[in-house]
Design a binder for this molecule. Structure first.
Ligand code: 5GP
Ligand code: MN
Ligand code: MN
Length: 483
């Protein structure tokens, strides 16, 4: 912990501008005493470097699940003035619109236990997983370009969505203003056959149970569709696959080329390459990023379709009859133009959320009608061993531009985790504890062991204590397919 760090409140620590030359705003770490002690030193540097980016407003934030990332920390949040600020791919992430989706069932643990293996095995065979996997939807390159502008709407038109799925997806499952013309052929080439694929490593599809003792807020839980004791839900985590990765890669290269020469911007770290948001380069990236966002929404929608098919087949009942409606879909790697009140004045700002979840509170525009009283559902992963959380957005989250954590966050590198346990052994141990797992690589599974992640309960409590989101329920794993 740098000596300049000062504690502001129970959940806020701050590095003042004097910590580093060029800081335009202080860097704030929203966390707990315990989590702070485990923060890698690089995260302080990274959050302070972000505080030097042109146009940043108020603070450079790091969420309680924060850890080292490319340029920005994972868990990094920065709102830029939309006129004088920059857009930075490192503040969004390589997996543009990586996000979480939560799906209900009206089944109980007692009904699902006896068929958990069958469910997990058929999910594993029906949802393509692994690094280079391709999807079951064979769309042409030109059809894919349509999908890039339409997001989940493309899935609805083609019979892969219920109308309410779109209402229950952030931004209705489509960012307006996506321009496929701003995306390279290489990006399209990498992405057009990957719609409906999970991807690798940290991406997962998990069957979970909500035990009565793990419901923290009964009223909100009921509003979110959790009404049965020991109800089974499914959550999954995936993004924009090779397409989003290529968009990020392409524009990082462009920005590195033009940043200093054309725009006169210098950053402390090459990984923070950026361009003025209003410049032609900034706008081109924004329009390409939106394509990747829409690919991410469509990708998760197609995965949802497959999950419904699998459950329907195993239980021999329709997905409607099984109550397989969505709770919500929320992105955690984006930049969005939003209106926020800053020092008493409403302003349009570009909010970068990198491994951070939007968490709109009650009565805000932009969240589904059915959640106006509760605030937006927030879905955050824990680990395949320990459980995950469903939370709700709070009005008090205005302080972080309505942003909260997205997971528990890693405590160690993948490499380090792999040295500590063998994937096959871990799989066996989890099986013993009643968690049935299928994975595309044992090595990849070892990297995802529970001990490689922070304490989920601690992270969820920290977000609640900080007023960013309140805990609604903890979701315990029963089965998982891991990329
Ligand atoms: P990221 O988007 O940073 O790759 O991952 C998001 C979060 O998902 C991680 O911080 C971690 O807490 C969580 N996570 C990763 N793998 C799993 C899993 O298999 N199951 C659950 N429930 N959470 C996971
Ligand atoms: Mn991802
Ligand atoms: Mn993610």
């Amino acid at each position: 912990v740098p000596p300049q760090l000062r504690q502001i409140s129970e959940t806020i620590w701050e590095l003042p501008r004097s910590f580093r030359d060029g800081m335009l705003v202080p860097a704030r770490f929203i966390t707990s005493e315990k989590l702070l002690a485990g923060l890698e030193s690089g995260v302080f540097e990274q959050t302070a470097n972000v505080a030097c980016l042109p146009g940043i407003l108020k603070y450079s934030f790091c969420m309680p699940d924060g850890h080292w990332g490319y340029g920005f920390p994972i868990g990094g949040v920065a709102a830029m003035d939309s006129d004088s600020g920059v857009i930075s791919p490192g503040g969004i992430g390589f997996d543009i619109n990586c996000g979480m989706r939560l799906l209900l069932t009206n089944l109980t643990e007692e009904e699902v236990r006896p068929v958990i293996k069958e469910l997990v095995d058929s999910l594993f065979s029906r949802i393509p997983t692994g690094v280079g996997c391709s999807g079951f939807i064979h769309c042409s390159r030109s059809e894919f370009r349509k999908l890039l502008t339409e997001g989940s709407r493309w899935c609805l038109k083609n019979g892969f969505a219920w109308p309410e799925d779109l209402e229950l997806t952030e931004e209705g499952g489509c960012f307006e203003g996506a321009d496929p013309g701003a995306c390279s052929d290489k990006a399209v080439e990498r992405g057009y056959d990957q719609v409906g694929t999970l991807g690798s490593g940290n991406h997962y599809c998990e069957i979970q149970v909500v035990r009565p003792e793990n419901v923290f807020d009964n009223k909100t839980a009921a509003a979110f569709g959790l009404t049965i004791p020991n109800q089974v839900v499914i959550s999954f985590h995936s993004g924009s696959r090779g397409f989003g990765h290529q968009v990020a890669t392409d524009y990082l290269a462009t920005f590195l080329r033009v940043m200093t020469g054309t725009y006169g911007i210098r950053t402390n770290d090459r990984e923070l390459a950026c361009a003025p948001f209003r410049s032609p380069d900034g706008q081109a990236y924004f329009a390409a990023m939106k394509c990747a966002v829409n690919m991410g929404f469509a990708n998760r929608q197609m995965i949802l379709h497959r999950i419904r098919e699998v459950f329907s087949r195993v239980f021999n009942r329709s997905p409607q009859d099984l109550g397989m409606g969505m709770v919500y879909d929320v992105a955690h790697n984006t930049a969005k133009l939003e209106t926020h009140e800053i020092d008493g004045e409403k302003r349009e700002v570009l909010v970068h959320r990198k491994g951070a979840t939007r968490c709109y509170g009650p009565a805000m525009a932009g969240i589904p009608a059915r959640y106006q009283e509760t605030g937006q559902p927030v879905i955050i992963g824990g680990s395949m061993e320990t459980g995950s959380f469903l939370l709700a957005g709070e009005s008090s989250a205005a302080s972080t531009f309505f942003t909260t954590a997205h997971g528990s966050g890693r405590t160690m590198s993948r490499h380090q985790a792999k040295k500590m346990v063998k994937g096959q052994k871990l799989l066996g141990e989890m099986e013993q504890r009643g968690i049935h797992v299928r994975t595309s690589t044992y090595g990849g599974l070892a990297e995802e062991a529970g001990f490689a992640y922070k304490d989920m309960d601690e992270v969820a409590s920290a977000t609640e204590m900080a007023g960013l989101s309140r805990r609604v329920a903890k979701l315990l794993p029963m089965g998982n397919i891991k990329g």
